[in-house]
Design a protein around this ligand. Structure first.
Ligand code: 13P
Length: 343
């Protein structure tokens, strides 16, 4: 294990004022997003759309890394350069989603287990050769009647720790992403409890597998009331409860925390991150973002409205949301800034 490389890359992923874009939607998820805006789910359309994000001029000012899907890491820009090369030329790190998605957890109705450990060692060697310096594995934890169970939390934490150890073997920084889903009508308190149970178990398992913690990034869900909850959470509540959960669960050696947007509105995700960074001074970890939808929503919509002519407008939207979130990593975002929105 090359601890120097792991430490350096992990630090670079959460360097001040920068965050990560998740552009690693599987072909299935990408189809859902394309269907919603009337784009045919072909390999070439996925390439064309991702090219807009990957080649955007100036993105490196706000973005430290982009997570790609297996298909995308093998694709090329129109000028012939492989996508990881385009990113490297701008100083943006290439990440790769390596989990194989969700399956029902046996004997546990309503709960999921993430698959993808079989053959992972060999796949990581290949991804490294293709230019990946970090990876992502997502597990989901669902809040409901008598769930999450310890069985689900434990099985997912164990798989994630084994994934992380395999990544570090080849000096790839693992992002561990245990997403507590926002779906449902649960309270912020229920989310806090499920989040702390999940994160604590994950770090126990990481330690048991001898994972090098300064070479790990946690991709966390925010502590927030369920989407259907009668009482929705304010940014102040989200910031306070999320930070309280992190303080309770995480070792201080962890390299950093990046948040997923999880179905929050675009501005809501920016505002919540900003609030955390306003009150989070003195925390041992940088708090940044690794958003997919909260950055890409306007980008995809604009491009899809007229793919032949709207690429430049889509890039403007991408740069704007990236900048707003980059400001939020420093607690410097203000909602009035949305008036400058170029879309
Ligand atoms: P969202 O920001 O859309 O939740 O996606 C983040 C992600 O990469 C989920 O794995």
């Amino acid at each position: 294990m090359d601890k120097d490389v792991l430490t350096r890359v992990a630090k670079q992923m959460v360097s001040p004022g920068k965050g990560i874009i998740a552009a690693d939607e599987s072909s299935g998820t990408s189809k859902k997003r394309f269907d919603a805006v009337g784009i045919a789910p072909t390999e070439e359309n996925r390439r064309r759309y991702r090219e807009i994000i990957i080649t955007a001029d100036g993105l490196e000012e706000y973005i430290s890394g982009i997570i790609l899907f297996d298909e995308t890491i093998r694709q090329k820009a129109s000028d012939g350069r492989p996508f990881p090369q385009v990113l490297a030329d701008k100083g943006i790190l290439t990440g790769i989603k390596v989990d194989a998605g969700l399956k029902d957890l046996a004997s546990h109705p309503g709960e999921k287990i993430t698959e993808g450990l079989d053959g992972l060692r060999e796949r990581l060697v290949e991804y490294k050769a293709l230019g990946a310096t970090f990876a992502k594995w997502r597990a989901v934890i669902t809040i409901g009647n008598n769930i999450p169970t310890d069985a689900c939390i434990h099985a997912n934490a164990n798989a994630m720790a084994r994934y992380a150890a395999l990544c570090q073997e080849v000096a790839i920084v693992p992002i561990v992403e245990p997403e507590v889903l926002i779906d449902g009508d649960h309270s912020i308190k229920a989310c806090y409890e499920a989040t702390v149970r999940t994160q604590k178990k994950l770090f126990e398992e990481l330690q048991e597998q001898d994972v090098f913690i300064p070479g790990v990034i946690l991709k966390a869900s925010m502590v927030i009331a369920g989407k259907e909850a009668p009482k929705q959470s304010t940014p102040e509540e989200v910031a306070r409860e999320t930070i309280r959960a992190l303080r309770t669960s995480l070792p201080k050696e962890l390299a950093g925390v990046v948040f997923l947007s999880g179905g929050q509105g675009d501005e809501q995700a920016t505002e919540n991150l900003n609030e955390m960074n306003k009150i989070g001074a003195g925390l041992p970890w940088p708090l940044s973002f690794s958003y997919s939808r909260a950055i890409q929503n306007p980008v995809l919509k604009i491009w899809a409205a007229d793919p032949e002519h709207n690429a430049a407008k889509a890039v403007q939207a991408l740069l704007f949301r990236s900048k707003m979130n980059a400001l939020a990593t420093k607690g410097e975002y203000k909602s009035e800034m949305e008036k400058e929105r170029p879309y």
